[in-house]
Design a binder for this molecule. Structure first.
Ligand code: 57M
Length: 357
C-alpha cells in the first residue's frame, strides 16, 4: 500500500523515488514484521494463555518435555499476521506472485489452525485426521501449481552444480511443484519439536531465498551469473524479508525456554511459503540444501518407519532425529544451536553453487 500511495508522489518530491527500490522496501518489510511481533507478541501470548490454548504434551515423548505442559501454542498466528501486514504495506500489490504467496501462507495457515483448534480447544488429540490434512495441503498446492502452469510459468528445472543440465518438465511440473510445496510444509512441521528448532532454519532459509529472489528477478545479475531470469520475481525478496522479520520476532519469544510454540498454523504456513518461493524463484532443487535441516528431519522419520516395518528394528532411538539426540542426553539448547549452525553452513554451500557450476 505504501508503494502505491507514496511512489507516485515522486513526480512532486524526488525523495519518494526510494519506494521503487526493492532493497529499500525489503529492509522496511523486515523491520515492520519484526516490530509488529515485538509489539503484539506479549499481548498475543497472554491472550493465548488466557484462552488456555496451551500445549498438551504427549506421554511417550522425551521426559524433559513434561515441563513444557501448558506452554501456549498457535503463536504462528503472530507470524502470519506480521508477514501479511508487512507485505500489504511494502510490496507492489499488482504483482501476481505476491498474491500466490499470500494465498499459500493463509490457506496452509487455515489448515494448521483447524488442526491446532481440534487438538487444543476440542481436546481431540488426533487433531485434523492426517488423511484430510494431507488432502487439503495437496489441493492448495495443486491450485498454486496449476495457476503457475496456465500462466506459462517456466517449467525448466536446473540442477545445482550442473549448468548444462536443464530438464523441461512440461505438465509434470504441476505434480513436481505440489511435491515441493507439500513436502516443505510437512517437513517444517516435523522439525517443530524443540524451542526455536524450526524457526531458526526458517530464518536462514528465508534470508537465503531473499537473496536468490533478488538475483533471479534482476536481468543483469541473472545474466551475469547465468541463472534463470524470472521477470517480476524480485518482489518476492520483500516477501522473504517479511518472513525473516516475523520469524526473528517470533524467535524472541520461542527461544529456549519457549514462552510460546508456533503450532501447525505457523509451521504448515511457513513451510508452504518456503516451498512456493523455491518454485517461483526457479531454485527448486536448491531447497534440498537450503532447507537441509527440514529434509534430514523428514528423512529420519521415513527411514525410521520403513526400517521398523521392514526389519522390525529402529534406526534412531526416536524420530524425528532431534528426539534421538534428546534421548542420547544432549541438552535441548545444544541440539537447537547445532542444527542452526548446520543450516547456516548448508545455505552458504547453496549460495556458492551460483558460482560453482
Ligand atoms: C508435530 N509436534 C510436536 C507445537 C508445535 C509420523 C510422526 C513422526 C509424526 C510426529 C508428529 O506428530 N510431528 C508433527 C510435532 C509438539 O509441538 C507442537 O506441534 C507444533 C508443530 N506442529 O508448534 O504446538 C511438541 O514439540 C515440542 N516443542 C517444543 N518447542 C517448540 O517450539 O518443545 C514444539 C515446539 C510440543 C513440545 O513438546 O508438545 C511433537 O513432537 O509432538 N510424531 C512425533 O514427532 C513423535 N515421534 C514418533 O512417534 N516416532 C516414532 C515413529 C512414528 C517414527 C518412532 O521414532 O518410533 C514423537 N513426538 C513426541 N513425543 N512429542 C513421539 C514422542
Amino acid at each position: 500500500m505504501l508503494y502505491h500511495l507514496l511512489y507516485p508522489l515522486s513526480k512532486y518530491y524526488s525523495a519518494f523515488n526510494v519506494f521503487q527500490y526493492i532493497t529499500f522496501r525489503t529492509i522496511y518489510a523486515v523491520v515492520t514484521a519484526l516490530v509488529i511481533c515485538f509489539v503484539l507478541g506479549p499481548y498475543i501470548i497472554k491472550r493465548l494463555s488466557v484462552l488456555q490454548l496451551g500445549q498438551v504434551i504427549r506421554r511417550n515423548g522425551p521426559p524433559n518435555h513434561k515441563s513444557k505442559e501448558g506452554t501456549p501454542t498457535m503463536g504462528g498466528a503472530l507470524i502470519l499476521f506480521s508477514v501479511i501486514l508487512s507485505i500489504l504495506l511494502w510490496t507492489n500489490l499488482t504483482n501476481p506472485y505476491v498474491w500466490v504467496l499470500i494465498f499459500i501462507t493463509v490457506s496452509m495457515g487455515v489448515v494448521g489452525f483447524i488442526d491446532d483448534y481440534k487438538k487444543i480447544v476440542k481436546k481431540d488429540s488426533s487433531g485434523l485426521r492426517p488423511r484430510y490434512k494431507f488432502l487439503c495441503q495437496l489441493l492448495i498446492a495443486f491450485l498454486v501449481a496449476l495457476f503457475l502452469y496456465v500462466s506459462e510459468f517456466n517449467t525448466i528445472v536446473t540442477i545445482p552444480f550442473l549448468k548444462e543440465v536443464r530438464i523441461d518438465m512440461g505438465w509434470f511440473y504441476v505434480p513436481f511443484a505440489m511435491f515441493v510445496i507439500v513436502g516443505a510444509s510437512n517437513a517444517v512441521n516435523l522439525t517443530d519439536g524443540l524451542d526455536g528448532l524450526a524457526v531458526g532454519p526458517i530464518i536462514i532459509a528465508g534470508a537465503t531465498y531473499m537473496l536468490l529472489a533478488y538475483l533471479t528477478g534482476h536481468s543483469g545479475i541473472a545474466n551475469y551469473l547465468q541463472i534463470m531470469y524470472v521477470p517480476f520475481v524480485g518482489e518476492l525478496t520483500i516477501f522473504a524479508g517479511a518472513m525473516v522479520g516475523a520469524s526473528l520476532g517470533f524467535l524472541w519469544f520461542n527461544t529456549y525456554p519457549a514462552q510460546v510454540f508456533m503450532g501447525d498454523i505457523g509451521s504448515l504456513a511457513m513451510g508452504g511459503a518456503l516451498g512456493t518461493i523455491a518454485i517461483i524463484t526457479k531454485h527448486e532443487a536448491l531447497l534440498v540444501l537450503i532447507g537441509g535441516i527440514f529434509v534430514v528431519e523428514a528423512l529420519s522419520v521415513i527411514f525410521q518407519v520403513a526400517s521398523f516395518k521392514l526389519r522390525g528394528k529402529r534406526v534412531f532411538m526416536m524420530a524425528p532425529i532431534h528426539h534421538h539426540f534428546e534421548l542420547k542426553g544432549w541438552p535441548e539448547p545444544r541440539i537447537i544451536v547445532r542444527f542452526w549452525i548446520i543450516a547456516i553452513i548448508l545455505s552458504l554451500i547453496a549460495v556458492s553453487t551460483l558460482k560453482l557450476r
